[in-house]
Ligand binder design. Structure first.
Ligand code: PEP
Length: 252
């Protein structure tokens, strides 16, 4: 069975002090209400990872980064390596987020290198895929999403794929308050699982966790999580406050 994963992407929010405050509130919240049939992950900005790591050690909340560069070290000004992330206790790394594809110009080839490098260093990649609104309107949602999936996983051996986390994030739903309908999200998750099955076999496809992301909130998490191929959520805005994130973590 796939353990559901609720992941918070803090994006470029929270100073260290604000991050500590939020983590303390989350830890208090999971202490009282946490059911350990699910996994919780937070992905703060780089500056907060090191100070937050000791607070999260031996807690039910895992730590992840929002990006990395696919080299161990070197002359890559401004970048952070998977070795550095491992060193401070990160277990996960978000890769290929649409904000990095669109704002920074990351392409499938670079994202694929990052996914492979993360796996080689024992970090679990959360590979984000999803179409824009014009692509959906043109009937290209599935082609685009599955193309990003195939490219992102292209450097991995089949036996590595089962450990990757996929996040389906339709770009038009991110930060907009508009969520995909549970039916549309389920249909794309099923298409992703189907593509994984035809490339890597059914048992790998059945093992991969596929998260939904895009305006996930306390009032829509339960219906999303009721879909058979939705194995969790990647949450942006609603992960920045303890009360809303804890409600999402405690989905029914
Ligand atoms: C995200 O950052 O991946 C995201 C889905 O953001 P939001 O929940 O704010 O739409």
């Amino acid at each position: 069975m796939r353990t559901p994963l609720i992941a918070g992407n803090w994006k470029m929010y929270k100073t260290v002090g604000e991050g500590v405050e939020l983590v303390e509130a989350l830890l208090k919240g999971v202490e009282v209400g946490y059911v350990d049939d699910r996994q919780v992950l937070i992905c703060p900005p780089f500056t907060a990872l090191y100070p937050l790591a000791p607070l999260l050690a031996d807690s039910p909340i895992a730590l992840g980064a929002q990006n990395m560069y696919p080299a161990d070290q070197g002359a890559f000004t401004g970048e952070v390596s998977p070795v550095m992330l491992q060193d401070i206790g990160c277990q996960f790394v978000i890769l290929g987020h649409s904000e990095r594809r669109q704002i920074v110009g990351e392409d499938d080839a670079l994202i694929s290198q990052k996914v492979t490098s993360a796996m080689e260093h024992g970090l679990t990649p959360v590979l984000c895929v999803g179409e824009t609104k014009p692509q959906r309107d043109a009937g290209e949602a599935e082609t685009v999403t599955l193309g990003q999936l195939r490219a992102g996983l292209g450097g991995l051996a089949a036996e590595q794929v089962r450990d990757v986390v996929i996040a389906y994030e339709p770009v038009w739903a991110i930060g907009t308050g508009v969520t995909a309908t549970p039916g549309d999200a389920q249909a794309m998750h099923a298409a992703i699982r189907g593509a994984l099955a035809s490339h890597y076999g059914q048992s790998t496809a059945d093992a991969v966790r596929i998260l939904y992301g895009g305006s996930v909130k306390p009032d829509n998490i339960d219906v999303l999580m009721a879909q058979p191929d939705i194995d969790g959520a990647l949450v942006g805005g609603a992960s920045l406050q303890a009360e809303s994130f804890l409600r999402i973590v405690n989905f029914q």
